[in-house]
Design a protein around this ligand. Structure first.
Ligand code: ADP
Ligand code: MG
Length: 254
């Protein structure tokens, strides 16, 4: 269980007036669950995610994993950003990028190569191991970044708007890929998006954030069976109700 306890974050104390990005944000991410954070652009989602993984110190409050406070990114966590192209080394092949994150892991070279190949297979990139990131499309680069997170063996995936810059069809494919992998491998996922439909489609729980400074407007359980599908699920009454409720919450907050 990952717990976020009364997190507050203010930026810019050096002379300029402090800007409050997070204002007492609390929620929890149970082991094996898929939780989305949804809120308008600029509300503080990325700030929150960076505090959650320990890349940034909150002004007050704490984040704990199984009761232990997080001060630096723990080995159980992998972060996947919106712009995969910027997070893959252009001088390594796709396979090389994955082997790089495994360099300190136990195991022989051959075993690590197997792990890398298996991760690439699970995201449908088995035939592209020897390609360089810049030889792949945006959607494929995003898949490669996901494969790297999976190969690393992290139990918890933190994703910051990972599908925001790919076309609609690729985005649906990537959503289903992530949901499938998370379900099959029992991953715990904290997923940031500004897209209400995407949050409902993927999640067990949606945490709705207010416009800045971010506070928790609501925590909504999403009662939809899995596996989900892009057509049937999106037509389901429960999907439509959840989507409407989140819309209303965000409007009220604005
Ligand atoms: P979101 O991810 O929801 O779009 P962010 O967390 O990126 O929002 O930003 C929330 C607010 O904090 C914005 O007003 C942004 O300008 C500000 N902010 C983000 N990062 C920094 C930083 N490193 N220094 C100062 N202000 C920042
Ligand atoms: Mg952001």
């Amino acid at each position: 269980m990952l717990t976020i306890e009364a997190l507050t974050k203010s930026y810019g104390q050096n002379g300029s007036p402090a800007m409050c990005a997070l204002d007492g944000v609390s929620f929890s991410v149970p082991k094996g669950s898929f939780v989305s954070l949804v809120g308008p652009s600029g509300c503080g989602k990325s700030t929150l995610l960076q505090c959650v993984c320990g890349l940034m110190r909150p002004t007050s409050g704490r984040v704990a994993l199984s009761g232990r406070e997080i001060f630096a990114p723990p080995p159980e966590m992998a972060l996947i950003f919106q712009n995969a192209a910027a997070s893959l080394f252009p001088w390594f092949t796709i396979c090389g990028n994955i082997r790089f994150v495994l360099r300190r892991a136990p195991g022989s070279k051959a075993e690590k190569l197997d792990i890398a190949r298996e991760a690439l297979r699970s995201v449908g990139l088995a035939d592209f191991a020897g390609h360089y990131p810049w030889q792949l499309s945006g959607g494929m680069q995003q898949r490669a970044a996901l494969a790297r997170g999976l190969a690393y063996g992290a139990e918890i995936l933190l994703l910051d708007e990972p599908f925001a810059s790919v076309d609609a069809q690729t985005r649906e494919d990537l959503e289903d890929l992530l949901a499938g992998v998370a379900l099959a491998q029992g991953k715990t996922v904290l997923f940031v998006t500004h897209d209400i439909d995407e949050a409902v489609y993927l999640s067990d729980t949606v945490v709705v954030l207010t416009p800045p400074p971010a506070r928790v407007a609501a925590v909504l359980p999403i009662d939809l069976p899995r596996p989900r599908d892009q057509i049937g699920t999106r037509e389901d009454r429960r999907f439509l109700d959840a989507r409407k409720a989140i819309h209303a919450l965000l409007r009220r907050e604005v």
